[in-house]
Design a protein around this ligand. Structure first.
Ligand SMILES: *[C@@H]1O[C@H](CO)[C@@H](O)[C@H](O)[C@H]1NC(C)=O
Ligand SMILES: *[C@@H]1O[C@H](CO)[C@@H](O)[C@H](O)[C@H]1NC(C)=O
Length: 406
């Protein structure tokens, strides 16, 4: 009995210490929630690493399994009553699994409504359409539109460009067959969060060049990951220690998606994956810190042909300049044809500057941009809108942007 109580005491003390050591920005909205989220992420990562060490699955497989189970359990408690009034179907678009949300009223009336392709986040390696079911259902219902949520293939089992190819294939199918879903093909937008924001931006760039397809009406990017060239942007430097999404973990995600070779984590973290020549090229200008810190002098760059850029010996490394992988690497000429764009960013997010830079460059290229920034929020805060009023405001602003721009 005494031994048991002592054990419980030790476990509680360890957890509490763990919890109290969580870095919490002083002005964050809902500090307790932020700290809990950080502790959960840190614990899940440590379990995933321990699992790999013990020979139970690889780190990304374990992350996928543990987070998937936790979120699945929470969702089962909550139920799916939010789906009422929607017809939700799992089907295939061009051999890609998708979930289609169609308001019952739309099917009944037969009127043509707008459509939205949604691409979920999860570092390209985990999560699913299920995890974002409530958000995608809400968008379909509140706007009376058809939403298609894409179950693209995940890394590292499927490295780049698998996820990109799936999202392009599904989006094209939707545009080509819009009428089958009572959708007006000239009013289809695309959206995604985090790695899904990366994929949504990449698909938008690719389809802007595509002939014989209706143009996407808008792209709405929620704290997107847009570049793997510079891991020392001000937001990586200022917020790379936060466990909600640390610099180290973000680099792990990029590497699983790029080549499944995590041995380059430190090299990337030190920006040693790019040559001096590349650091002075136009690509460095695409991530110029001046876009975030206006008092800096603009970076002096020398245009270089992509083919002549040298890289260290790292598998697939030239891919970091491919806009299908990293949309912020698109040339100005490719940006100017993009549709009106919504970019949501949070202050406490290593990806903040990816979003800020993309918004800045798109505006400069003449694209209409709405940039929605949340000073007291963190990466991944959106699905916590039940208990975080800043997140609920963000969801409402996102939906009202879509309402006006689809
Ligand atoms: C990814 O790399 C890890 C570590 O080298 C390896 O164990 C795993 O099998 C690889 N995964 C895939 C899908 O290739
Ligand atoms: C990065 O490169 C610098 C300069 O060559 C070197 O001093 C440093 O050790 C490297 N760091 C890593 C992690 O590769």
């Amino acid at each position: 009995m005494v031994v048991k109580s002592a054990l419980v005491f030790v476990v509680v003390a360890v957890l509490l210490t763990y919890y109290c050591n969580e870095p919490v920005p002083p002005d964050i909205a809902h500090p307790t929630q932020f700290a809990s989220f950080g502790v959960v992420m840190r614990t899940v990562w440590n379990m995933a690493i321990l699992g790999e060490y013990l020979g139970i699955g690889t780190e990304p497989q374990n992350l996928r399994y543990i987070l998937g189970s936790l979120i699945g359990a929470a969702q089962r408690v909550k139920g799916t009553s939010y789906r009422e009034g929607l017809d939700c179907r799992d089907t295939m678009f061009n051999r890609v699994r998708v979930r289609v949300y169609e308001p019952v009223s739309v099917a009944k009336s037969g009127a043509k409504v707008p459509g939205l392709v949604y691409i979920h986040g999860g570092g390209w390696i985990m999560l699913s359409v299920d995890v974002f079911d409530e958000l995608t259902a809400r968008v379909a219902k509140e706007l009376g539109i058809v939403v298609v949520s894409v179950e693209y293939r995940l890394a590292p089992e499927h490295v780049f460009p698998a996820a990109f190819d799936d999202c392009v294939a599904a989006t094209k199918f939707f545009l080509q067959n819009a009428e089958l879903y009572n959708v007006d093909r000239t009013r289809v937008g695309i959206s995604g969060d985090s790695s899904g924001g990366n994929l949504a931006a990449a698909v938008t760039l690719a389809l802007a060049k595509e002939k014989g397809l209706p143009k996407l009406k808008t792209q709405a990017l929620i704290y997107p990951a847009l570049q793997a060239l510079d891991f020392n942007t001000p937001s990586y430097i200022d917020h790379g220690h936060l466990n909600t999404l640390s610099k180290e973990k973000m680099i792990s995600y990029w590497l699983w998606y790029l080549n499944n070779d995590s041995s380059f984590k430190e090299v990337f973290g030190a920006n040693n994956h790019t040559s001096e020549q590349l650091k002075k090229s136009q690509y460095a200008g695409y991530v110029d810190h001046k876009m975030v810190r206006p008092n800096l002098r603009p970076k002096v760059v020398t245009p270089v042909k992509k083919e002549s850029i040298k890289f260290p010996e790292i598998p697939n490394i030239a891919t970091i300049l491919d806009p299908r992988f990293a949309p912020l690497m698109a040339d100005d000429d490719d940006l100017k044809d993009l549709p009106p764009t919504f970019v949501m960013t949070c202050e406490y997010d290593v990806l903040r500057d990816d979003g800020v830079m993309y918004a800045t460059r798109l505006r400069k290229a003449g694209v209409r941009v709405e940039h929605d920034h949340y000073e007291r929020a963190f990466h991944g805060f959106l699905p916590q809108n039940d208990v975080n009023e800043v997140a609920e405001t963000a969801v409402q602003n996102y939906i009202s942007y879509l309402k006006k721009n689809l």
